[in-house]
Design a protein around this ligand. Structure first.
Ligand code: A2P
Length: 336
């Protein structure tokens, strides 16, 4: 018996990746249904692996009330807000990629390598964290567990694919034509970098930055960590990068830290300055790992540590993490 899976927002940048990741990871599928708006309903999506075409269906309340093993949502917060509760009420497991339910205390926020224990015995909506949070936490959770963390100062360098297909097209068009107007972003993105992702909060931080603060606290179950993010959009198509500064609770021993990271689930250390070895977005495209390089000790603070962390935002930052949540739930079921 395979799994009945539905993807809401199946024609979007993340939705398409979810299909790709499900096919690659050999999830046993008995039924795959794809949902989108009237713009895409009726179009077909080819599943090469099964030599089959699936017709995209219109998302309605009725289809959400049918039975699925898992519904994966990636069509934006307002769609999740409206349809995810209907699907969950009908007894379906929902994995939601939007930020809408993330801070709800009754809804688990899960990175399988880090906190899959919260899924035990749970049924309903599960939230997939923000893309920038996911890669940061995969890299720092092992250090948090071993040494404790007082403070995180992080700057992100985020790819346009995080804003969906329209943003990918906007960058492509502006690279071809310097005069092409900006619609998705507040400024031209080609040849630029924009320190503004999601809306501004009264305290001067953006919502994207505050997601990194509060999601970190929720996933690590520790509100005492001081997180100071600056989130920046850059003209890269795929792959987010992050410069992360940590103040640990103990003195930094670089060799021990590298060893801890090398042994950590989901992490690949790419760090050798002698041969210019460090991760970059182009190199990590289409992978499911979080890559860490430029590991170095603060010149002044013995507890300070700097890292460069890169991951594919559409895969580990979104689609892969969601599919890994499905796998984690299935493993929990098998373990009884
Ligand atoms: P559609 O292709 O019909 O517009 P992206 O993040 O790349 O912009 O993709 C957003 C995804 O969410 C797309 O699959 C899009 O479908 C889907 N979507 C947007 N609005 C709705 C809606 N009202 N109902 C269902 N799906 C929607």
């Amino acid at each position: 018996m395979g799994l009945a899976i539905g993807i809401v927002g199946a024609t979007g940048a993340v939705g398409q990746k979810i299909i790709e990741v499900i096919m690659e990871r050999n999830l046993p599928i008995s039924e795959l249904r794809l949902f989108a708006s009237e713009k895409s309903a009726g179009k077909t999506v080819k599943l090469d692996k099964y030599n089959k075409e699936v017709t995209v269906e219109l998302l309605t309340e009725e289809v959400m009330k049918e039975k699925y093993d898992y519904l994966l949502f990636s069509a934006g917060g307002s769609i999740s807000e409206k349809y995810a509760p209907i699907a969950a009420e009908a007894g379906n497991m929902v994995i939601d990629n939007s930020s809408h339910f993330r801070m709800n205390k009754d809804i688990p926020l899960v990175i399988p390598e880090v906190n899959s224990h919260v899924l035990k015995g749970y049924k309903g909506i599960v939230s997939n964290p923000n893309c920038s949070t996911i890669q940061m936490i995969v890299a720092i959770a092992p250090l948090y567990r071993k040494y404790g963390i007082n403070r995180i100062v992080v700057s992100t360098y985020q790819a346009v694919s995080g804003s969906g297909y329209k943003a990918i097209e906007e960058l492509q068009n502006q690279l071809r034509d310097k005069e092409y107007p900006n619609k998705v972003y507040t400024r031209k993105i080609a040849g630029n970098c924009i320190p503004h992702i999601d809306i501004f909060n009264e305290n001067g931080f953006t919502k994207e930055e505050l997601k990194m603060v509060y999601e970190t606290h929720k996933i690590l179950e520790d509100d005492t960590i001081e997180v100071n993010p600056t989130a920046v959009r850059i003209p890269v198509f795929y792959g987010h990068s992050e410069s992360i500064y940590l103040e640990l609770k103990e003195e930094v021993n670089i060799n021990e830290i590298k060893k801890t990271l090398e042994e950590s689930k989901g992490v690949i250390v790419e760090d050798d300055p002698k041969i210019n070895r460090y991760p970059t977005p182009i190199e990590v495209e289409n992978t499911d790992f979080t890559y860490v390089g430029r590991i170095r000790k603060d010149l002044y603070n013995p507890k300070g540590l700097s890292l460069w962390v890169v991951a594919d935002n559409l895969r580990k930052g979104a689609a892969t993490n969601a599919v890994q949540i499905v796998e984690a739930m299935e493993n929990i079921k098998m373990e009884g």
